[in-house]
Write a protein that binds this ligand. Structure first.
Ligand SMILES: *Cc1c(COP(=O)(O)O)cnc(C)c1O
Length: 370
């Protein structure tokens, strides 16, 4: 029993912390095995661009200085690349920060926050921490059901989270449907389009025809916030860098709740350099598209249904409670992600790895299910 429970803010009392993927070191410690592969947290199996790594190493020498709290250099590059004014940008310690700032800037305990069933676990955590009510809309074909979301709006709805593609299901919304939904919203409802996997989903080899770039809509919809990250395709999850794109007035409010030095000088330098290495990004995107096909083919051969995904992960239905399958895979040295806490007890989410990692996972899965 936590002795301070009664002192905690009401929303915090019932909060269950986010469950991350199991770290390799922890599994090594627990089972004493080597050669573990982690396909559990949607990290880029190629790691960061060598240019990003070099920039990070160089920036480390300046770690005794506070970082540029305004993040000018990174914002300048983002502004040029995205073709948006610099005052539309908010920098985050990962894009989780952007999601947090959106809630803290706009949501009070009198408000409701809407998101889909089977969507990112951070949305309910932020909502509850703010003391607000969550409106969880049933999913359709594992994805956001925009019609039901629209029908579920109330006078108290203040903010809507939509991940495109969604994590953990990998489902996506096309531009016409998503923009139509945003266009139809009253302007006092903020909508956060979470594009953590934008670089993967938008690559032609993923075949997501009509997958939108929501940044293009920011000039039209002042209540739209787009969140992106350097944790996924850019491969610097451990350094923590992400950004939001929104109307300048919305960015101004999000920057008011932002801690002054939330992005480290090392992360700023690495992110800025990562944006300059298109070659590494392309390699990462192509490896992911090929790995996705490899996993799909493997599941097909094993007769396992899966949810088609345009991210760097996908959910496979193992046809039985997945928790023991997850444990058995751990003992084979393969870490994937159980998703029972997302309302998907028979699925496992696996991150697309390098070809040999995908192969090893598929073989381990076949062995474990036999
Ligand atoms: C990974 C992820 C994020 C961002 O993570 P950060 O490391 O904080 O940038 C945001 N949304 C979704 C849906 C994700 O899967």
């Amino acid at each position: 029993m936590n002795r301070f429970l009664e002192l905690a803010a009401p929303g915090v009392r019932g909060l269950k912390p986010y469950q991350p993927g199991k770290p390799i070191e922890e599994l090594e410690r627990e089972l004493g095995i080597q050669n573990i592969i982690k396909l559990a947290s949607n990290e880029n199996p190629l790691g960061p661009s060598p240019k990003a790594l070099a920039a990070a190493q160089q920036a480390l020498a300046d770690c005794w200085l506070y970082p540029d709290g305004a993040g000018f250099a990174l914002k300048k590059v983002l502004s040029d690349r995205l073709d948006v004014p610099m005052d539309c940008l908010t920098l985050g310690n990962g894009s989780s920060d952007i999601l947090d700032f959106a809630v803290r800037a706009f949501v009070t305990p009198a408000d409701e926050v809407m998101f889909s069933e089977h969507s990112f676990a951070v949305y309910p955590i932020l909502t509850q921490a703010a003391g607000a009510k969550a409106t969880v809309v049933p999913a359709k074909d594992w994805g956001n059901d925009l019609a039901t979301m629209k029908a579920s709006l109330t006078d108290h709805t203040r903010l809507i989270f939509i991940a495109n593609p969604n994590n953990p299901t990998g489902t996506w919304l096309d531009g016409e449907a998503l923009e139509g939904f945003i266009r139809g919203l009253p302007r006092h409802i903020l909508v956060v389009v979470d594009e953590a996997y934008f670089e993967y989903a938008s690559h032609p080899a993923m075949g997501a025809k009509g997958y939108p770039d929501a940044v293009r809509w920011v000039a039209k919809y002042p209540n739209l916030i787009v969140a992106r990250t350097f944790s996924k395709a850019y491969g610097i999850a451990g350094l923590r860098a992400g950004y939001g794109i929104s109307h300048p007035d919305v960015a101004d409010l999000m920057n008011r709740v932002r801690p002054p030095f939330n992005v480290s000088n090392v992360a700023l330098a690495a992110a800025t350099a990562a944006l300059a290495d298109d070659q590494h990004l392309t390699r990462s995107q192509e490896l992911n598209a090929a790995g996705m096909r490899q996993l799909e083919a493997g599941f097909g051969a094993q007769g396992l249904p899966y949810i088609p995904s345009v991210g760097n992960f996908l959910c496979v239905d193992v046809g039985r409670p997945a928790a023991p399958v997850y444990d058995a895979l751990l003992r084979e040295g393969v870490i994937v992600r159980p998703v029972a806490n997302y309302g998907m007890p028979n699925h496992l989410r696996v991150t697309v790895g390098r070809p040999e990692e995908n192969e090893r996972f598929l073989a381990a899965l076949e062995h474990v299910l036999a």
